[in-house]
Ligand binder design. Sequence first.
Ligand code: ADP
Ligand code: MG
Length: 730
Amino acid sequence: MSLRFEALKNLNSNVFNSPDPRVAKITAIFGENVFTLKTAREFLSDEAYKSLGSSIKGGKKIDRTVASQIANGIRAWAESKGVTHFTHWFQPLTGTTAEKHDSFFTLKGDGTAIEEFDGAALIQQEPDASSFPSGGLRATFEARGYTAWDPSSPAFIMEIGNGKTLCIPTIFVSYTGESLDYKAPLLKALASLDKAAVEVCNYFDKNVQKVTPTLGWEQEYFVIDEALANARPDIVLCDRTVFGATPAKGQQLEDHYFGSIPERVYAFMRDYETESYKLGIPLRTRHNEVAPSQFECAPIYEEVNIAVDHNTLLMDVMTRVAKRHKLRVLLHEKPFAGINGSGKHNNWSLATDTGVNLLAPGKTPKTNLMFLTFFVNTIKAVSDYSDILRASIASAANDFRLGANEAPPAIISVFIGQYLTKVLNEVEGRVGEKFDEQDEAILKLDLHRSIPELLQDNTDRNRTSPFAFTGNKFEFRAVGSSANCANAMTALNTIMAETLKNFKKEVDGMIEKGEKKELAIMHVIQKSIVESKSILFEGDGYSEDWANEAEKRGLPNVKTTPLALDAMVTDKAKKLYKNNGVYTHLELEARHEIELEKYIKKVQIEARMLGEITTNYILPSAVKYQNTLLTNIRGLKELGLDEASYKNQKIIIERLSYLINTVSEDVTNMIEARKVCNGMTESREKAIAYCETVKEKFFDAIRYNLDKLELLVADDEWTLPKYRELLFLR
Ligand code: ADP
Ligand code: MG
């Protein structure tokens, strides 16, 4: 029996693990596996506690002796919870998380066995880095890299089965100091933004000493039966289907959206939520998404660095917990054709240490001007650096989604709603006019009294925009579901830092020339509005009209990853990232190289998979069915029946022959095209060739005919699970 039929037969006998019965209240378990400051208070000396606290707040360095005290405290806590091993936990550019477990156990010189975790082991480790991508940063003879503790993200305990491991969040850098991960540059971008934003805040409030970017991600994903997933080699190796005929029912009824969650999935959700709560991930919402078997979860927003760690952790936890339920989570951006793909909206804002959300309209004229300052600077940042944002979300998987019907287009634009459009128009309309201090209309802006209008805008907001203002935050919607948010967040926070710095320079310049502060700010805001107007778009981002209009406006519309990545290494990008201490030129070049390589490998693997599925699975099924028909015709002939009696069978045989020949020819040609690509040495050229001469030329064409075959061949000859089964059976 094929795996397909076995999976179908066993579907109903799958046991559903019921969720942990202990969980009556989330607060009872929330953060129980996290070394929070509260835990630290209990396990650390005053000195160590204070040092850890100030390092979390101010990014201060911790010296070695204190580090040893902290390490001891963390070990005592971890051991009290049954932990025997620790690992430096980091986020290499492969896109997953990495760990190497070491035990606390060690032998003293005289052979005495003890448990130990010293400061040095907490602060720094040297994992074997040679197999992580480095884009040529590490010469092969010097394959070393090290991980370094990030005290701003708390240590946590990962439970896998009965094993428990202490995880220390770390950055991962080469021996010469270049970042090899997602976290290191993110921390640099956040620091740069903090500095730039505090300086601008101080125009309005001298008490602000720290600005913290916040992130609330919304994770979309698919859940399917594991045995069915295992019967599809493409899902096993590519996390997506490379073929599959549209089922009679897709998402057209939209009956899945916000419908009741299927019981088996619900048990899974409660289980991974429980695991997440223990890890301090503040999940808040869960619901069905538009496509069948598609779901979403979202946490309460957090400081960006923590939020990114929590999202990466969550993706890992979900994947592992799903196994217990014999389910498979697909985080891929486009697992199924013809229905929605998955994204990860990044809700982003800026919070001050005085408790103000800088992107929430204020209550007084002064705070309104502060809001307008940050609001307009964000628009300006996106306008000036839309190519860099586009590059930050580019991946082979996201290419299937961006610009498709349900996803934001590859054109970056900003949606702000009717009301704020009106406000900006008013401000802009007064270019050249002299404001005076009593200019109520401008300084008051009436924003606070218009909150209901803002909310109105917010509720019927435009879902087709890749970057939308949603009341008190911006929502970057083009981020892919499987992506590490750090990439998008590093880009966004860096461009914002740069824009704020330039803003301040201009305002200061005017103040020096004798302009009053508020008026100088108003003038620069006005100028920014004029300069960034073309990025604002309120209409339907999915429409053809918009693509045309955007072109007229000169907005880039780069549809494929190899080309979108160009923006990473322009002089503009190098200057931007260097100015903000985020990436050196060398690091950018290396990352560009790594992204290109990732793209090439993904397309390469999918191309191979498409070939294998065609040759080893689908064509044999088709031939078998053809033989059945031939036998049937022969039998009918033997009975002396004429051609009319097997007319239909003959048509199917001919059709099968045509499809079999066409796909095998296409597959052969695709292999040839791949060979040509593989002969190329320059990564960009190779990635473009893979995109144009392999992916674009063959993937859809082959798939088209495979799907036709699926619709033609007898169901019991078909060995690979169909969309209907993958999407609707649980
Ligand atoms: P939606 O209708 O898009 O689901 P929500 O208000 O539920 O909107 O918010 C979605 C996400 O935005 C949540 O993860 C939430 O925590 C996050 N969010 C809300 N306010 C902020 C903020 N100030 N900064 C960052 N994220 C935020
Ligand atoms: Mg949202």
